[in-house]
Design a protein around this ligand. Structure first.
Ligand code: NAP
Ligand code: BGC
Ligand code: ZN
Length: 365
């Protein structure tokens, strides 16, 4: 079968041939429909994040997938069912407490592998196998957008953790700022603007004013989407993050999805008293000057919080599916700018400004 992989020493992804996997006992065989590409895939391809499966010279890419059950192989799945797989799996040493508790997303380095990212092959192949506990049923009539479940699940987790960090007092947020205007940033902005996170912790508060910061000049398709969802575009060439609170307003919630390391610290300045920032970017080592005293002072004297967020678990996937069914279809259509084939997957990895979300389509339902 065809698969798209990174090979040691290669410049970019290549199409390789691999044997179709045989499901082990307790695993089902899945036929891949679509696999999305995000900023992390570019970081993996560039070598700044993730790692090859032990002893192998290549790794199949892809962690945002939607697939159909080809062979349930004795599991309680049904042939033909549409499912989305989670990303983390137990390490070679076997399942640990994080997996047993259903919270593999909270496991530290070394206590998990991630399919298509860290130490395990991903989903960019015609078939893959998985135990059923890592698969979540997805509505058939929306299968084309199933691969968006994984990224939306990350924001479900971010909202849950950010909200929990403010739950000890009466928090009434009104303003939210998303940093980054590609796929993760734009989907999260829409969730905030349309108030559609599944546990309703944020939606209940109904953010009255939402903003998205990017570094692009108009005309630009992502700026059009920001304005169509009803948010305000902040051009960081005119208003850097440090001065957002003066030029616009101090924010109750900031969601960082740029991977630009200075934003982690500048977020503290952009937050309103009692505000919370969720950091999602995964930068490589990066040295720069920071007024650490100022950051410390602001965090303490204004009860601000920063939470780092990575990965998600099955409940976040279930929440993400509810959320996806509530987002307007025009938005999902506008976000998916590139549908590539496995024979010619190159366009899915091109990173032009016209590309927001790219997907490789292996098969259709
Ligand atoms: P992406 O496609 O690389 O998008 C990053 C966006 O940030 C782009 O729109 C980029 O602008 C913008 N940006 C970068 N530096 C900027 C700066 N200095 N000022 C203003 N805007 C800036 O990545 P993504 O898929 O949306 O994901 C965003 C980040 O989150 C990545 O680092 C990714 O690895 C990470 N991520 C983390 C998790 C997690 O579990 N923690 C999950 C998914 C993704 P241009 O397009 O104009 O260059
Ligand atoms: C994925 C997460 C993963 C993280 C770190 C993200 O792009 O969506 O599932 O945990 O990268 O590798
Ligand atoms: Zn991702």
């Amino acid at each position: 079968m065809r698969a798209i992989a990174v090979e040691r020493g290669s410049e970019g992804p290549t199409v390789i041939e691999r044997p179709r996997p045989e499901p082990a006992d307790g695993e089902a065989l899945l036929r891949t429909l679509r696999v999305g590409v995000d900023g992390t895939d570019h970081e993996v391809i560039g070598g700044s994040h993730g790692g090859f499966p032990e002893g192998e010279d290549h790794m199949v890419l892809g962690h945002e997938a939607v697939a159909v059950v080809e062979d349930p192989n004795g599991t309680d799945l049904s042939a033909g069912e549409v499912v989305v797989p989670t990303v983390r799996r137990p390490p070679a040493a076997g399942a640990n407490g994080y997996f047993e508790r259903g919270e593999p997303d909270m496991a530290p380095d070394g206590e998990y592998v991630e399919r298509g990212i860290v130490g395990d092959h991903g989903y960019m192949a015609e078939y893959f196998t998985s135990p059923p506990e890592y698969l979540v049923a997805f509505p058939e009539d929306m299968w084309e957008f199933g691969f968006l479940t994984e990224p939306v699940s990350i924001s479900e987790k971010a909202f849950e953790h950010a909200y929990a960090s403010r739950s000890a007092f009466d928090w009434s947020p009104e303003s939210a700022l998303v940093l980054g205007n590609r796929s993760l940033g734009l989907m999260t902005l829409a969730m905030l603007e349309f108030g559609v996170d599944s546990d309703r912790s944020f939606a209940e508060h109904d953010f009255e004013r939402t903003y998205c910061l990017g570094r692009r000049e108009r005309p630009d398709p992502t700026v059009d989407i920001i304005e169509e969802v009803g948010a305000t575009y902040v051009n960081s060439n005119e208003t850097p993050l440090e001065t957002v609170s003066e030029d616009f307003e101090a924010m109750d919630f900031v969601y960082e999805a740029t991977g630009y390391a200075p934003h982690a610290f500048e977020t503290v300045e952009a937050l309103a008293p009692n505000g919370v920032g969720a950091l999602l970017g995964i930068p490589d080592s990066w040295e720069f000057e920071v007024d650490g005293g100022r950051v410390h002072h602001e965090l303490v004297l204004h009860n601000k919080a920063l939470v780092g967020i990575v990965n998600s678990h099955v409940e976040h996937f279930e929440g993400a599916i509810d959320t996806l069914t509530e987002l307007p279809e025009w938005l999902l259509d506008d976000l998916v700018t590139t549908v590539a084939t496995p024979e010619d997957a190159k366009p899915a990895f091109e990173y032009g400004h016209d590309q927001i979300k790219a997907v490789v389509e292996f098969d259709r339902l």
